[in-house]
Design a protein around this ligand. Structure first.
Ligand SMILES: Nc1ncnc2c1ncn2[C@@H]1O[C@H](COP(=O)(O)OP(=O)(O)O)[C@@H](O)[C@H]1O
Ligand SMILES: [Mg+2]
Length: 270
């Protein structure tokens, strides 16, 4: 299937229905995604935002190859995604680190399919630790790290496979406000240095506007693309600039409309 030039990821007519077994053999169907269409260009930072239950995590899991879609196409570099692969690096909200492994061995796990020698792997791990400002912490175990540091390890591990696409599902959602904003800033720098294509999920309008080239708003279940906002503000962005506030307001309005609650501005709160 042809891919438009410059498109890293194409989502075409994607539907997802979950069938759950109820009591007495009755099955319940939940339509989580309904005819979702969008694309992400090479090197672009795109954020999905939408009310709880709008299918954001489901869509990321499908792109990661961890869930089957019901129908439609998910094309990465023009090829159908059918299973997980090292061309996609994944970061979730709950730090999915192996607690029994050191920081370096957690990152090494992300390198395992690249066929590097031990020395090459060690050099790459050192680079990745540097990338996420954790030089010197390689021998630590996750329980010795703060939440923010754990999430930086998760980011390093996601980069370890040198992925074509990073998939991040509310990666900073469990962090306190201050750690969250420093990780947003650091991650923005990492993104600018590495030029990776990113699909990010958040329910924070401010985070979406701070980080993204483009924000895609999903509607309440079933999830559909309700609208799209291009963020043209220069980087690094200052959240207290009037121009930032104006774009933030615009995205919050789109989100409120997509949530079917015109007066709901709770999205401003974080
Ligand atoms: N494994 C599953 N089985 C059944 N229903 C699911 C499953 N995962 C998600 N859903 C349902 O699909 C919808 C979308 O969920 P989700 O993708 O988690 O939304 P979001 O991440 O936007 O909050 C919800 O109604 C949820 O209950
Ligand atoms: Mg979710």
């Amino acid at each position: 299937m042809p891919t438009a030039p410059g498109n890293k990821l194409e989502i075409k007519n994607v539907f997802k229905t979950f069938v759950t077994e109820g009591s007495f053999g009755s099955n319940r169907e939940t339509v989580a995604l309904e005819d979702v269409n969008f694309h992400i260009r090479e090197g672009e930072f795109v954020t999905l935002i939408g009310p709880s239950g709008s299918g954001k995590s489901t869509l990321l899991m499908i792109i990661a190859g961890l869930f089957d879609k019901t129908s439609g196409d998910v094309l990465l570099d023009g090829k159908q995604v059918v299973e997980p692969g090292i061309d996609r690096g994944v970061v979730f909200q709950d730090f999915a680190l192996f607690p029994w492994l050191t920081v370096e061995d957690n990152i090494r796990f992300g390198l395992r399919k690249r066929g590097l020698s031990r020395a090459e792997a060690d050099a790459t791990i050192a680079e990745l630790l540097e990338l996420v400002s954790l030089t010197g912490f390689g021998k630590h175990r996750p329980h010795e790290l703060s939440g923010g540091m754990k999430q930086r390890v998760a980011i390093a591990r996601a980069f370890a496979g040198d992925p074509e696409l990073l998939l991040m599902d509310e990666p900073f959602g469990a962090l306190d406000a201050q750690t969250r904003s420093s990780l947003q800033r650091e991650f923005q720098e990492i993104w600018q240095r590495t030029g990776k294509t990113v699909l990010f999920v958040t329910h924070s309008v401010r985070e979406a506007v701070y980080l993204s080239d483009r924000v895609i708003v999903l509607s309440s279940r079933p999830g559909r693309v309700a609208s799209e906002v291009t963020i043209d503000l220069p980087r690094p962005r200052a959240v207290f600039d009037p121009e930032f506030a104006e774009v933030e307001r615009q995205v919050a309005m789109e989100l409120a409309a997509a949530s079917g609650s015109g007066s709901d501005i709770s999205a401003f709160s974080d």
